[in-house]
Design a protein around this ligand. Sequence first.
Ligand code: NDP
Length: 330
Amino acid sequence: SRAWHLAARPIGEPKPTDFVSVTTTVADPGPGYILVRNDWLSVDPYMRGRMDEGESYIPQFELGEAMTGHAVGTVVASGADNVPVGSTVSHFLGWREYALLPAGVEVLDTRLAPAQAYLGVLGMTGLTAYAGLTHIAPVRQGDVVFVSAAAGAVGSVAGQIARRLGAAKVIGSAGGPGKARRLVEDFGYDIGLDYRAGDLPGQLTKAAPEGIDVYFDNVGGDHLQAALGTMNQHGRIALCGAISIYNNAEPPPGPSNLPLAIGKRITLRGMNVGDHYDIATDYIQQATDWLQDGSLRTAETILEGIDKTVEAFLAMMRGANTGKTLVHLP
Ligand code: NDP
């Protein structure tokens, strides 16, 4: 079985040489354990933070140890009656071909949706979009909503959820004209902005002359600054991610217009999806219905083979993906 280890802590943008693929033998599962052949691996932006030294809300990757992350796979040997061979399960021992782990895993119902959906729209990223727009920066009837990294895993779902929650106008931003177009054609946005075309504050003011009520921030930096300038009184901002600065070797300057948040009585609220698993069952039920009736559209960017895992991660961080980025293990 092959697994990816972190070989060196990246400085700035990670390099392929910061990772190494290691081959180990697979052990039989003892009582209470299962052996899973991973079929799908998830790569996610929060993994960049785990590559750095130091405390975070999730343990860092250790040098010379197999990396971890969400994965789904098939049980190929079982020491637990409740998780028989052939079950499809979700767990956290990603970045590897085979995973030996305690049988206390989530068994997935693949009649409702394909297994990999549980890594995206029915998994952590879908729940992030839903929790952010219902609990952190709740959308109300008639709101104008802005979402950044809107063509990504979280963002491509967030726009559609905002609409269901009653938003009157949903604006997204993404990198490049092709993605900006897909926001409107595929992911239910009213307006798609291409931030790479420049003057994001100007583009945003033109898109929302009436102002923004809710900003779902996946990007931080220049996007947060632009949104603050356009927010309405009592606006709500979900601080979900700050991908524009995850690779910074030096701390970035803060938004220089933060005092605007005072006069506008804006609520800026950080979120961690880990706080919201109490609503996961309800959300999955709803999202499954929406997927089955075709009203929720999703996209995946899939790379084939364990060898491509690092490439998949790096490409996603640079924006080469649309929708959820996954590695498929044949
Ligand atoms: P995505 O699928 O959205 O992939 C990341 C995207 O970020 C890229 O596709 C790219 O899109 C965009 N991006 C990269 N660099 C920049 C930049 N400098 N400026 C603007 N956009 C950039 O990833 P996810 O959907 O998995 O995650 C989205 C965000 O949500 C991340 O910030 C992540 O950390 C956060 N998150 C937070 C959670 C929480 O609990 N707080 C849980 C899950 C995710 P483009 O081509 O448009 O530039």
